[in-house]
Design a protein around this ligand. Structure first.
Ligand code: AKG
Ligand code: FE2
Length: 198
């Protein structure tokens, strides 16, 4: 593999790293195509303040220990990892060692109207100080951080095709993140977040 450059995102009470060129262009293109066609994408409803809405993106859960994942009133049951997901997981674990992931939550943003609202990945099933590795494919999208207590602390970045973002340490304890909607005419983006679910 080519020499991997990482960039530490300089925010207090966090531990976040960005690898712009984690995948070669060619591999990222192929992975985008394959995952678009082969993943069992589902469209769930979410409940917000007692009302039901279609989630503003498609999702899928894959894993190797049968553990379901629950968030925002949704419980997802995992499909067994595909060979392709197992391979990419192995490549990410070369960076995150000794962390070995059990589960991958995939998101498909169909266009600029699809989004992922402010949240922290702080479910009890992820344990304290979870390591979350987030791979981006396809259309670039903006990614925002805001601190839970200090409204002056925020950060905006762009998640590029083939990039990897790693959030670990106390990041989920202190920070929220989102993928905002955009009015730009854009195509699809696939995001994979590898997690450890006990
Ligand atoms: O699409 C992204 O880059 C973020 C996804 C995310 O935050 C999540 O699935 O928890
Ligand atoms: Fe998240």
């Amino acid at each position: 593999m080519a020499q991997l450059k990482s960039h530490k995102i300089d925010l207090p009470q966090s531990d976040i790293y960005y690898y712009a060129n984690f995948l070669t262009r060619n591999r990222a293109d192929k992975l985008m195509q394959n995952l678009r066609a082969s993943i069992a994408w589902q469209h769930d409803d979410i409940r917000v303040f007692g009302k039901t809405y279609p989630q503003p993106r498609l999702t899928a859960l894959y894993g190797n220990n049968g553990q379901p994942y629950s968030y925002s009133n949704i419980t997802m049951n995992p499909h067994e990892f595909t060979d392709e997901l197992r391979e990419i997981k192995g490549d990410i674990e070369k960076i995150t060692a000794p962390t070995v992931f059990t589960t991958c939550l995939l998101n498909l943003y169909r266009n600029g109207k699809d989004s992922n609202g402010w949240h922290a990945d702080d479910e009890a099933s992820l344990g304290i100080n979870p390591v979350i590795a987030s791979l981006s494919l396809g259309e670039e999208r903006r990614f925002h951080f805001k601190h839970k207590d200090n409204p002056e602390w925020k950060h905006k970045m762009i998640l590029e095709h083939g990039s990897l973002l790693i959030m670990k340490g106390s990041t989920q304890h202190h920070w929220l993140h989102q993928i905002p909607k955009t009015s730009r005419e854009i195509g699809e983006r696939i995001n994979l977040t590898f997690r450890v679910i006990k």
